[in-house]
Design a protein around this ligand. Structure first.
Ligand code: NDP
Length: 479
């Protein structure tokens, strides 16, 4: 099936009529084409967005809210169709897309549809000077949203929903590897009655289509989720134009397990935080540190549970681990398993490709647990972004804290303990944007989301996102 660009409410071919193959990772076959959009397509999308801006930014909050909530309802009504499309494009189990990706995409629209009606600005009375200041929060204009392939619609809408709620018009690009649900979203926006040109979705390569968005002098803000190297490149291009930037980048998150935790809960959640979505979630706890007193027991129990995970076709309801997103990504992850062995890591389970009967050309890999001799080895320092975790023991709180922080990333951290004082001490000192204690990936959309160090700049979520997508303007009135 060929997909098209969504510009000014219409579905259209790329101006150059050039196309890119779209692969189904579960069987390695091309199943459609996507536009290889050029600068000219981005320009057209920008013009549509610009001409819609005046009307959209003046649309009442109630009306904006109504439309966003309508989009959310339509996504929910089309749950099965969207979940199947997401799974076919990405390789994730249909059940996961149905339980997580699509419902969370719908929640993004519902949440920001509601949040905008509660968003308020501040006023400051200049006491003794007979003056009052108030802050306007005005939409920026045309903004760019660029998202990755791991949680395609979920992260795409995480940016688009607050941008639209705040009154901006959007030029957006999903990953070229997983464009399908973004394409389908266009249909839903038309059905929900979103004004033409308010949202424009341009498909193509990061280095051409994405590049045209970040280089566009009148696209004044970029919200980007993706790899750290791409984020650094975007920052370089955008800085001389003084664009507003929100960068959600890579992670290499520690999962720290103390002996006093609720063991069963920790064990089950750790399997999930290691391998959900084939380990392709920026928040996965890919470095597992276990207190030495329970290390042996944990190692045995964890490996036994991981071996029970079923790698299979994404549409099989018994599948726990589907296909990796692409052939090149599979090769990258396999390379890291080789590197681990070269660095004296011990593969406790997994490590091999899986032949799923009937889908022999799909990109399947066993969930892999590697015992590492030191936290400084490459597999413990570099983002693998696949079904691979490392484990190693620690002796003291100080040691584990030091190892947890000794990476270039700082997105999230998970802590398993029932000691309140330790929880407080460690949460204060972990270098991360998000700390989960005795849980993982529990999300409340009002909370700030983002990372420190090489994991990004800025925060999204809740009013943080609405602040990002608006310009504050102070008005000072003397009376
Ligand atoms: P990439 O950085 O390769 O790509 C992300 C997006 O940017 C894609 O749409 C890509 O297009 C586009 N892009 C690539 N080059 C450019 C460019 N020069 N200008 C503009 N856009 C460009 O990341 P991946 O898609 O490989 O995603 C995986 C990464 O995302 C991991 O590092 C992961 O940790 C991170 N991530 C971070 C999250 C967070 O919240 N912090 C959440 C989820 C993932 P195309 O794909 O078409 O090349």
């Amino acid at each position: 099936m060929n997909i098209k660009n969504y510009i000014n409410g219409n579905f259209q071919n790329p101006i150059s009529n050039e196309w890119i193959d779209n692969y189904n990772p579960s069987n390695g076959e091309v199943y459609g084409e996507i536009p290889n959009s050029s600068k000219a397509d981005v320009e057209e999308a920008y013009k549509a967005a610009k001409s819609a801006f005046k009307q959209w930014s003046q649309t009442t909050l109630e009306e904006r809210s109504r439309i966003l909530i309508k989009i959310s309802e339509l996504l929910e009504a089309n749950l099965q169709r969207f979940a199947e499309a997401e799974s076919k494009d990405n390789g994730k189990p249909v059940a996961l897309a149905k339980a997580v990706d699509i419902p969370r995409a719908a929640s993004n629209f519902r949440f920001f549809g509601n949040a905008i009606t509660q968003f308020a600005s501040e006023s400051h009375e200049s006491v003794g000077q007979n003056a009052i200041n108030y802050t306007l929060r005005q939409p920026i204009g045309v903004v760019g949203c660029i998202s990755p392939w791991n949680l395609p619609l979920y992260l795409f809408t995480w940016k688009i929903a607050p941008a639209l709620a705040a009154g901006n018009c959007v030029v957006a690009k999903p990953s070229e590897v997983t464009p399908m649900t973004a394409y389908l979203l266009g249909e839903i926006c038309n059905e929900a009655g979103l004004l033409k040109g308010v949202l424009n979705i341009v498909h193509g390569l990061g280095t051409t289509t994405g590049q045209a968005i970040i280089e566009h002098p009148d696209i004044k803000a970029i919200s980007f989720t993706g790899g750290t190297a791409t984020g650094a490149h975007i920052a370089k291009v955008a800085a001389p134009m003084f664009k507003k930037l929100s960068l959600e980048l890579g992670g290499k998150n520690p999962n720290i397990i103390f002996a006093d935790c609720d063991y069963e809960d920790m064990l089950n959640t750790t399997v999930r935080s290691s391998f959900a979505n084939q380990g392709q979630i920026c928040l996965c706890g890919s470095r597992i540190f276990v207190e030495a007193t329970i290390y042996k027991k944990f190692k045995t129990d964890f490996v036994e549970k991981v071996k029970q995970l079923k790698v299979g076709h994404p549409s099989d309801s018994k599948t726990n681990i589907g296909a990796l997103v692409s052939k090149s990504h599979l090769e990258k992850v396999k390379d890291y398993i080789k590197i681990a062995e070269e660095e004296n890591g011990v593969i406790l389970c997994g490590g091999q490709e899986v032949n799923v009967q009937g889908y022999e050309n799909g990109y399947y890999l066993e969930p892999t647990v590697i015992e590492v001799p030191t936290d400084e080895c490459r597999v413990n320092q570099e983002e693998i972004f696949g079904p691979v975790v490392t484990i190693m023991p620690f002796n003291s709180e100080e040691d584990v804290l030091q190892m947890a922080n000794k990476v270039k990333y700082g997105l999230s951290a998970t802590l398993w303990t029932n000691d309140l004082k330790r929880t407080m001490r460690m949460s204060n000192q972990l270098q991360a944007g998000i700390v989960w204690v005795n849980t993982w990936m529990m999300r409340d959309l009002r909370t700030p989301f983002g990372g420190v160090k090489a994991s990004g700049v800025g925060r999204e979520g809740g009013f943080e996102a609405l602040r990002f997508f608006t310009e504050p303007k102070n008005v000072c009135i003397k009376y």
